[in-house]
Design a protein. Structure first.
Length: 365
């Protein structure tokens, strides 16, 4: 394992400190930022306007920190699931989703997850590690289709608010003038609604927010999502009501500066016989009354060894239409990558099992 420090993920101020640490002028840090975030170099030797001697000093202690995917699965609809290794050698997934003029990348924030949601394959891996900002950004930096991207969503493996320091650092690089200079409107961060991260995210970030809801009835949500027991969806919504999301009247609300550009959505996987009844629709309407938001209905991607099942297209449409007719803006997310390991965590789990079996076979031999 390399003992060098990665430059990818450092701010321009930190890159200036790197330059000074190896005896170079601070302006070299600005040059490094341009080479990394502007030109996407993969090796320090590609920084042509930095002297050979200076590059040698940098290479002794530092590396860019990028690495290409080690595996991929391609769907007939154009969706691509990539498998990356982290600096520590763990496996993470990233999904590239092209759709007309849009191209969205779904990135991971952790290896495994602590949340233990019943419908998520990643949760079955248990928690392994939180990704560094380098590992988060590398999913974008080393993406073959990087230059086509229009949006990034933090909806891959892991709970972003359980790794908020590095998620915020990554979004800072994506949006800063010295970084990729993206608009925060191109980035959505999803969370189950962890208390320790939600308020901080709302205060420090202007990126869009998506809350994993999946059931509006607390006792039933807890059966699907254990995090409900620690911070209920009712408390999540109560906190969100204190913030401004696209309203014209910003009086008596916090976080209003720039908030008119931030969108709030709730993710809702529809399960047969679990959360698809009129009772659940009415509970959603009551829970989200007065909240300027949208609901994204999601089809369930089957995972092994679970009793959970999805619903028919007709049921999805009827559920959407009921919510919409009662004033709650609701959409159905198009399913993508159905012919590959579409559900989060399937490809990395398969790779882990492959590695375990390979090690076991070598031990037997």
């Amino acid at each position: 394992m390399s003992t060098q420090t990665s430059l990818l993920g450092l701010s321009v101020a930190e890159l200036k400190e790197v330059a000074q640490k190896v005896g170079l002028k601070p302006f070299v840090g600005k040059q490094m930022a341009d080479w990394i975030y502007g030109k996407h170099v993969t090796d320090i030797d590609q920084m042509a306007n930095i002297s050979k001697d200076a590059r040698a000093k940098l290479k002794a202690l530092y590396t860019i920190g990028c690495s290409t995917p080690i595996d991929e699965q391609r769907s007939v609809d154009g969706t691509v699931k990539y498998l990356y290794t982290t600096a520590k050698g763990d496996f993470i997934e990233t999904v590239y989703i092209p759709d007309g003029n849009r191209a969205t990348l779904c990135v991971s924030s952790q290896v495994g997850c602590k949340m233990g949601c019943a419908f998520c394959m990643t949760g079955r891996q248990g928690y392994v590690a939180s990704l560094s900002a380098t590992d988060i950004l590398n999913q974008i930096y080393s993406l073959p289709e990087r230059d086509t991207l229009t949006n990034v969503v933090f909806m891959g493996q892991g709970e972003p608010f359980d790794n908020l320091d590095n998620v915020l650092r990554a979004t800072q690089v994506l949006t800063a003038d010295w970084g990729w200079a993206w608009s925060p409107k191109r980035i959505t961060v999803s969370s189950v609604g962890l208390a320790k991260g939600l308020a901080r995210f709302l205060e420090e970030s202007s990126c869009h927010l998506a809350i994993s809801l999946h059931n509006p009835i607390p006792t039933e949500r807890a059966a699907l999502m254990p995090a409900e027991r620690a911070f209920s969806i009712e408390n999540v919504v109560s906190l969100l009501k204190q913030y401004e999301f696209c309203r014209k009247d910003t009086r008596n609300l916090v976080g209003t500066e720039g908030a008119h550009q931030r969108r709030l959505s709730f993710e809702y996987i529809v399960f047969k016989g679990i959360n698809d009844s009129k009772k659940h629709a009415d509970a959603l309407l009551a829970l989200l009354q007065g909240v300027d938001c949208r609901i994204n209905l999601i089809r369930f991607h089957d995972i092994p060894d679970t009793p959970l099942k999805g619903v028919s297209d007709d049921k999805m449409v009827a559920f959407r239409d009921y919510l919409t007719s009662h004033g709650l803006f609701t959409t159905i997310r198009a399913s993508r990558g159905q012919d590959i390991f579409a559900a989060c965590g399937l490809l990395s789990t398969a790779k882990q099992e492959e590695m375990k079996n390979s090690s076991f076979s070598k031990t037997k031999d």
